[in-house]
Design a protein around this ligand. Sequence first.
Ligand code: PLP
Length: 394
Amino acid sequence: MKHIYMDYAATTPAAPEVIEAMMPYFRNKPGNPSSIHSMGQEGRDGVEAARAQVASLIRCQPSSVVFTGCGTEADNQAIKGVCIANRERGNHIITTSIEHHAVQYTCEFMKSMGVEVTVVPVDKYGMVDPSDIKKAITNKTLLVSVMHANNEVGTVQPIEEIGKITREAGVYFHVDAVQTFGHLPIDVDKLGIDLLAASGHKLYGPKGVGMLYIRPDTRVAPLLHGGEQEEERRAGTENVPGIVGFGKAIEMAQLGMKKEAEMLTGFRDRLIESILGHVGDTYLNGHPTKRLPNNVNFSFDFIEGESILMYLDAEGICASTGSACSSASSEPSHVLTAMGIPVERARGSLRLTMGKWTTHEEVDKVIEALPRIVAKLREMSPLVKERCGWISYL
Ligand code: PLP
């Protein structure tokens, strides 16, 4: 069966050009970038070219870019690294209720280490109010951590406004941009960002590589101690093929970002309009317009997201109920509950995320299959019988 992949937010397939760019670094350019001989220098050149690509995408100096093993590591280093390196300056961090677990659990860990953590709420669209951030800042605050766009519901946060607030207050601003890096324009100076985390496998690059942008003069301790790689900000031999592939993915994103976003916005809006128009008791989760071009997230009353996933999968459609990292858990999404969505409705959520290789025909297939599957599941649902006695959904 041919699969229809609608889970690009979980991970993107690597582009053929990316794989091609990586291959020489597995085969005939195996040198360690720390070695001073010519083969080592080939590896070094590959890493530095990729660093320049990152810098050009987010408009920073290449020396501000640290390659990591993934987005999670970059988030961990930003939060733990700032708390460790600035202990004498303060003991308070601010974050939001809809962060990815890479940030949420890191903040909880810092709390268990004695750091004070303020979690700012969001509105029904999953949007943070910058004035809540402003109110939460004290003279002990070291860091504000807010994601650029949410991985489950796609809501894009008012980063520039928050950046102005953190600049005025003189506190560091960390942005988890894993879902937007290479998809939405990012200018770290314009947005007032001091630390920015990204990951290779969300923009058609390889898995196992990420990066942390660190503004000059930002005090951040390393997580890994050992060699002097990455200017002593991240020890460990560089993943040269992965970094080179990440660089190639960035180069391609710079060329194709705008066109891809336009195409995906069209697919997204068609999908939303059609499903909301044809399936009753269905809700769009996330902001109606300030959302990622590729993200659709619905809640269907009376049925479980997992059941929808299984039926879609049986027809070759790969989707998700929320974050890939927590979709195996039976707990309702912390993002949806933070938005005030009742637990029952949160359990009926479905995320469809599209990408470069999504086609009109695939979107049409989902538009045909999803209402049929929802109707079938509702026919079987004890919740429908309990609450409505009878109902027609199509
Ligand atoms: N932050 C966000 C918003 C994400 O969506 C993800 C992955 O889904 C991560 C962090 C973690 O990135 P990685 O998988 O590279 O560790």
